[in-house]
Design a protein around this ligand. Structure first.
Ligand code: HEM
Length: 221
């Protein structure tokens, strides 16, 4: 395991681990999004999907374990890379001429922290069901009613939309830097690679946002 020790102690290894765990977390998001979009197919479709997920508890818990491990590693190395960068350069640059740096790339910590706060609230809201007694009283797999009841409340729908904006920005830069870190960029394709991150990031965020937004606007009842 000396390669692992070496990997975690140098910033390039840390970035590679962030890239690999970032791919795993994005994979979860795409799967979760695909399931959630079944809400547009009606209560039966999404509730049957939720029930199906719980049919194989062993598989579910292995997947949850992998997701949690990827999440913890991603946060740990984010802190390592960020604090390492600060320690290496305690004084900010006199000239900030990073032409390529976008708002999203300079605010990964901020958007990441908004996502972290969202995930804690989201689990409390829909998984542990401790934020709202009406959701607590619903059937275990009545995801449809949970979402309708939840997103009719402006504060809930609004906070989900703010979180989706943070997710869009975080993924836009995160996906683009995965190509960079894993050396998957090539001068010939760099222009298209630059668009893949924002395209996927904003696309995933807009599709997620369409759920609270359509329920809040009464398009899904
Ligand atoms: C509008 C958007 C979303 C909706 C409607 C939604 C809906 C749900 C629901 C209903 C559950 C509970 C499933 C169950 O216990 O059977 C759940 C769990 C979860 N959601 Fe979301 N979700 C959304 C967005 C997100 C996003 C953006 C993330 C991550 C950044 C996320 C992360 C999770 C996690 C980690 C779980 C727990 C999974 C598990 O139980 O193992 N969700 N979501």
């Amino acid at each position: 395991m000396s390669w692992l020790k070496h990997a975690v102690r140098n910033p390039i290894g840390a970035k590679a681990i962030m890239a690999v765990t970032g791919i795993m977390l994005t994979g979860f998001l795409v799967a979760h999004l695909s399931g959630n979009l079944l809400i547009f197919a009606g209560p039966q479709a999404i509730n049957a999907y939720a029930e199906g997920l719980h049919k194989f508890p062993a598989v579910l818990w292995v997947a949850r374990g992998g997701l949690l491990a990827a999440f913890v590693a991603h946060l740990y190395f984010a802190a390592y890379v960020t604090l390492g960068n600060r320690a290496a350069r305690p004084q900010p640059y006199a000239f900030n001429n990073t032409v390529q740096a976008t708002w999203a790339s300079r605010h990964m910590v901020l958007t990441g922290l908004v996502m972290l706060a969202f995930i804690i609230f989201h689990l409390a809201h829909f998984t542990w069901r401790v934020t709202d007694p009406e959701i607590r009283a619903m059937g275990e797999f009545d995801i449809y009613q949970m979402a309708i009841h939840g997103f009719r409340q402006p504060a809930v729908a609004g906070s989900y939309l703010i979180a989706m904006a943070a997710i869009g920005l975080h993924l836009s830069h995160g996906i683009a830097s995965i190509f960079q870190t894993l050396g998957l960029n090539h001068p010939r394709y760099n222009r298209s690679v630059r668009f893949v991150g924002p395209l996927l990031g904003v696309g995933i965020a807009l599709l997620f946002a369409s759920i609270p937004l359509s329920i809040y606007l009464g398009l899904v009842k």
